[in-house]
Design a binder for this molecule. Structure first.
Ligand code: UT7
Length: 342
């Protein structure tokens, strides 16, 4: 009789998904505080106007000898301590900044040297206020692809050194600071669930720093025309932000397989409290679900998301198992979002 062969049932090992997760957080803000009342003694503005139109009450300002890396280093060391890791454990450092110490070397390399992360590769990411999210997306993808194990992502900004302190439309908005996250692989289910990044280069004129690059090197004529200072069409940018931010939060939430009700916290770039309130209204979400820190920090560009994230995590708002949606937007125009299971 012919024997029939029955293959033993294949035992398929359970798939363990490796996700990039945040292992530690750190921040640093310079001690000098500049409130609206003091600002009003320097430019034609008032505490009432700034609070009503932006929600900002005070901001931290770097000392004359403090550059982006000086703010970044303590934030990075703080994040490493929080993650219980040493600088030598890092494989990658990404610095998100629009105010690098200098055009090159990259600020990430200066940080690498100063914290002694000898094994780590290092480079800067530049997408204006969306840089921190772009850097986190890059680090997460590299971790999930197995290219690196531990990555440090830092947003460090010294906008006070860049703005025209006689231009009341911009100088009242900015603040200095740095925030860092250490990311690494996790198999616990926590970590990045979805990310998206968008850009519209056609809207680049809305917020730009015309001079100081290869298009328009600094000359006496450039200085006389004050083209070495940033310019912003605030009103148009405001309207664009209120349109793209809800869209991108909904997009990334869908991509993560969640509904908006399942997103516990939204951690947005802090450009204007009124933008956040308009976004909350448009999305029919209570503003209490948004982490808002702009009243105390102003707009710190690349540092605003990690500053808000750190405060919400270490302040006990964000808890293990929460779903958080981080969302950034800024010059470029650039915008993007990421959902993390904490
Ligand atoms: O970080 C990412 C990118 N940035 C943003 O997303 C920022 C988006 N834009 C904004 O947040 C707001 O547009 C601003 C806060 C920049 C400006 O607020 P606004 O309500 O849009 O004011 P506005 O530019 O329409 O100006 C209203 C008035 C003007 O006076 P008139 O023309 O109505 O007489 C301005 O000259 O307010 C005046 N103004 C000020 N008054 C006192 C502008 N800046 C100031 C000031 N203090 N600092």
């Amino acid at each position: 009789m012919q024997q029939t062969y029955t293959a033993p049932e294949r035992v398929v090992p359970p798939q363990t998904t490796v996700r990039a997760a945040v292992l530690g957080l750190g921040i640093y803000v310079p001690p000098r505080l500049l409130d609206n009342h003091e600002l009003a003694t320097r430019v034609d503005t008032s505490d009432e106007w700034i609070v009503e139109r932006t929600g900002i009450r005070t901001r931290h300002i770097a000392a004359p000898d403090q550059a982006a890396s000086d703010l970044a280093v303590p934030a990075c060391l703080d994040a490493l301590r929080d993650a219980n890791l040493r600088p030598a454990d890092l494989d990658l450092i990404l610095c998100a900044t629009t105010t690098p110490d200098m055009l090159f070397p990259a600020t990430a390399c200066l940080i690498q040297e100063r914290i002694g992360a000898r094994r780590a590769g290092a480079c800067d990411v530049l997408a204006a206020c969306s840089s921190f999210l772009c850097a986190m997306i890059t680090a997460a993808q590299m971790i999930e692809a197995g290219l690196v194990r531990h990555a440090l992502v830092v947003g460090a900004e010294v906008l006070s050194k860049l703005v025209d302190w006689t231009d009341r439309s911009l100088c009242v908005l900015v603040g200095d600071g740095a925030g860092a996250v250490v990311m690494g692989p996790s198999t616990s289910g926590a970590g990045v669930l979805a990310s998206v990044a968008h850009a519209d280069g056609g809207a680049g004129d809305m917020l730009k720093l015309p001079a100081g690059g290869s298009r328009m090197p600094i000359t006496e004529e450039v200085l006389a025309q004050r083209l070495h200072y940033p310019r912003m069409d605030g009103r148009t940018l405001f309207k664009l932000a209120v349109r793209v931010v809800p869209e991108v939060i909904e997009e990334v939430t869908r991509k993560a397989g969640l509904t908006l009700d399942e997103v516990t916290w939204i951690v947005p770039h802090q450009a204007n409290q009124r933008i956040l309130e308009a976004v909350a209204r448009a999305m029919h979400l209570p503003i209490e679900r948004f982490i808002c820190t702009i009243d105390r920090y102003g707009n710190t560009s690349t540092a605003s998301i990690p500053l808000a994230l750190e405060e919400a995590v270490h302040g006990g708002k964000i808890k293990k198992g929460d779903h958080i949606a981080m969302v950034g937007f800024g010059a470029g125009l650039t915008w993007g979002a990421m959902v993390i299971k904490w």
